[in-house]
Design a protein around this ligand. Sequence first.
Ligand SMILES: [Zn+2]
Length: 150
Amino acid sequence: MIQLILPEVLRMRVEHEARAAFPRECCGLIGGTWEGAAAQALDLYPAVNIAEAPDRFEIEPQSHFAALKSARAAGRDLVGCYHSHPGGAAEPSPHDLAGAGEDGFLWLIAALPGPRAPAVLQGFVYWADQRGGFQRIGLVTGADLVTSSP
Ligand SMILES: [Zn+2]
């Protein structure tokens, strides 16, 4: 099973971004490295959400390019993206499926029931030939996981 290893400090950053963007969706990219079937998240690259509807996200192309450049400079890949579902479930929406395209790309979704409620995070991987497109992955979080972020 594919896993995303997400250090607690990065998990908290996703939650804070989700809270700050509420009731709109936050979005960004995840920098990291693959080791076998496990992706180690090492950095987050918050992106400007240019979607007009409040219940969607679209990563600004300049944000995507800057994230790719930063990740490559650090010897990393963009292993996936993250975004929030304010008041929604930690499951990919039909809009997410319509916007997905890259095989093997990870999707981290942070559901935030309310502005002060704790976030629920789930990870998925996208495969174009997979029924429904997304497959749940293992999400490993923990305070003792290493990260390069301050
Ligand atoms: Zn979504």
